[in-house]
Write a protein that binds this ligand. Structure first.
Ligand SMILES: [Zn+2]
Length: 447
């Protein structure tokens, strides 16, 4: 048997993920004991082979694999080292073959180290938070850990009865037994592994607004009054973003407020996770985090990045949403915010290329702010109506998909041509080049 050709590596994905196969669906059947922090269960993956392969390398870290079965191919053996669970198959498997991989596993889950600190499954004082961006998903289930490898999910989690479980997707059943409850969620929207989540705590669920899409908070009962005040404007924010960005991409939106303080809030599919510190007596400036996380539902979660290289497409738009909300809420206008940040960026080193910042700098604040400035510069060049048409066209064209910077350039070229012919299209292409491809900070056109 001749060996399969070596897999091309994405330099932004050094720790895991594979393009040789695609996981279409994850069925996670898990049990978690809060006090001993013990997670056990079975993951059943529907895998579609993309390139001929003789082994399948999944990502799983910190948990022990008890048993693996494969249907659709003959498994010779499995080997689990560090972050990789490698399944060796008896013969080459052709592209388009569908395999069912079942993995029984368990252990004491813990966050995994990353260049940006520990990520993934993390114990709270009384419960669990899962915050996986960018590489934390393998701390709680075996997966193909690439943002572009989006799958549907069924997540069944059995916990001790006082605890509420929130997972992404729609709650389809809860079943109480003597001392435990099983919570089952189904996610029909293709979801990146880092956006798959479970949140466990002694939580209440509170309706924030029934429309235009249902918005809930999941939180300790004692925090209800303070969070109600902190999120009083949430319906208005959702309404504004639907108007500007297009239909909200999922069935509902849930904000989790943990009883513990968290360093930063994080997005998951249809969910944002905040620490008590972000919503109860927040420090000045933290109010921007609420529109930022909501905007990720469009930019990042529905329209995902094909590789972390293109993260500016998520963070730039989420940061721009902060400025749009600032203006709508009676604060400084988006234009004023853009000029403020342009002035600040001008004082920082200009050695970052937005379209290719390098793996170590994907969370550099300049990616966020210069990303938002790129969006604003595009708006200034196109005018408001064509610009927001472009944004809504972007979120609808790529809903549930994955995008690259090249996709964005092509989309802008189309819209600029429609709005102002070849001349505007050329100007927009040059503008994007100066913002995305050159380290030097371009000037911001006057309004
Ligand atoms: Zn963000």
């Amino acid at each position: 048997m001749k060996p399969a050709p070596a897999e091309p590596r994405d330099p932004y994905q050094p720790t895991g993920g594979s393009t040789a196969f695609h996981v279409e669906h994850y069925d996670l059947d898990l049990t978690y004991r809060v006090a001993p922090n013990r997670l056990t269960g079975t993951a059943t993956l529907r895998v579609r082979v993309q390139r001929e392969l003789t082994e399948l390398a999944l990502d799983l870290v910190g948990l022990a694999v008890e048993r693996v079965t494969v249907t659709g191919a003959t498994l010779v053996r499995h080997q689990h080292r560090a972050r990789r669970l490698v399944l060796r198959l008896a013969a080459a498997v052709a592209p388009s073959t569908v395999l069912t991989v079942t993995i029984r596993y368990g252990g004491n889950p813990a966050p995994a180290p990353s260049p940006w600190g520990p990520v993934g499954w993390e114990e709270l004082h009384d419960g669990v938070v899962v915050a996986s961006q960018p590489t934390g998903a393998p701390t709680w289930f075996p997966c193909n850990d690439r943002p572009a490898d989006k799958a549907t999910y069924r997540t069944s989690l059995t916990v001790d009865s006082p605890y509420r479980v929130l997972a992404h997707g729609v709650l389809v059943s809860t079943r109480a037994r003597a001392s435990t409850t099983t919570w089952v969620y189904e996610e029909q929207h293709p979801t990146s592994t880092y956006l798959a989540t479970v949140q466990i705590g002694q939580y209440d669920r509170m309706l924030l607004a029934a429309g235009p899409v249902p918005q809930h908070a999941v939180l300790p009962a004692a925090l209800r009054p303070a969070v109600q005040v902190g999120l009083a404007q949430h319906r208005a924010m959702m309404t504004l973003f639907i108007e500007l960005f297009g239909p909200y991409p999922f069935e509902q939106y849930t904000l989790v407020v943990t009883p513990d303080e968290l360093e930063i809030p994080l997005e998951a599919q249809g969910v944002s996770i905040f620490g008590v510190n972000h919503l109860v007596e927040p420090v000045e400036g933290d109010e921007r985090l609420i529109p930022h996380e909501l905007a990720h539902q469009w930019f990042g979660n529905s329209v995902s990045v094909a590789s972390w290289q293109h993260i500016w497409l998520s963070e730039g738009f989420a940061c721009y949403a902060e400025w749009l909300w600032s203006q709508a809420a009676g604060g400084p206008s988006a234009d004023a915010m853009a000029r403020l940040w342009h002035g600040r960026l001008a004082k920082l080193p200009q050695d970052l290329v937005l379209a290719d910042p390098g793996h170590a700098r994907i969370f550099d604040d300049r990616v966020y702010k210069r990303g938002a400035l790129t969006v604003h510069a595009l708006r200034l060049a196109l005018g408001d109506d064509p610009f927001f048409d472009l944004v809504r066209g972007w979120t609808s064209r790529h809903a549930d998909g994955s995008v690259t910077t090249a996709d964005f350039r092509a989309h802008c070229a189309e819209h600029a041509t429609a709005a102002g012919g070849q001349r505007l299209a050329r100007a927009v292409a040059e503008l994007l080049e100066s913002w995305l491809d050159r380290p030097r900070l371009p000037k911001l056109a006057s309004r």
